[in-house]
Design a protein around this ligand. Structure first.
Ligand SMILES: [Zn+2]
Ligand SMILES: [Zn+2]
Length: 137
């Protein structure tokens, strides 16, 4: 009789241990979610503020190219402080970072007006994040 009670009791106790472990995991997950939600809400911009995005920039005053959290462009340069940091594009031909000073516009008069690289190519693409310095806020 006691031979049977031993293993049965142990099995029951192990079952209880598994249950409490599951409970701890659930609590950790809930706390993790709550912390993430809090962080997510804090990282959202306040109502009315311009939404800032990580933008590749090229300054036409000091010539520095970098990526930074920026709102409306041109923005204040991280290096020289002038409001001449424009959106940056990268030349598809030679890989140079070019300041895209032209305002994005859909008016037909501006058609044909293109930003060209020093190498003469007007094929500009998005800047490769690996080719640019990232400035953390
Ligand atoms: Zn600058
Ligand atoms: Zn080029």
């Amino acid at each position: 009789m006691s031979d049977m009670a031993g293993p049965a009791f142990r099995a029951a106790r192990e079952g209880a241990n598994v249950k409490s472990a599951t409970g701890i995991v659930a609590v950790v997950v809930i706390i993790g979610c709550a912390a993430w939600l809090l962080y997510y809400q804090k990282s959202q911009p306040a109502p009315g503020e311009p939404v800032k995005n990580m933008t590749p920039l090229k300054c036409t005053s000091c010539g520095k190219a970098y990526a930074k959290m920026a709102g409306a462009l041109p923005t204040k340069c991280h290096y020289c402080g002038e409001t001449t940091a424009h959106r940056a594009r990268q030349c598809a031909k030679c890989g140079a970072i070019v300041a895209y000073t032209k305002q994005i516009s859909f008016s037909p008069e501006e058609e044909g007006e293109k930003i060209t690289c020093e190498c003469g190519s007007d094929k500009l693409r998005e800047v490769d994040p690996k080719a640019i310095e990232i400035i953390n806020p």
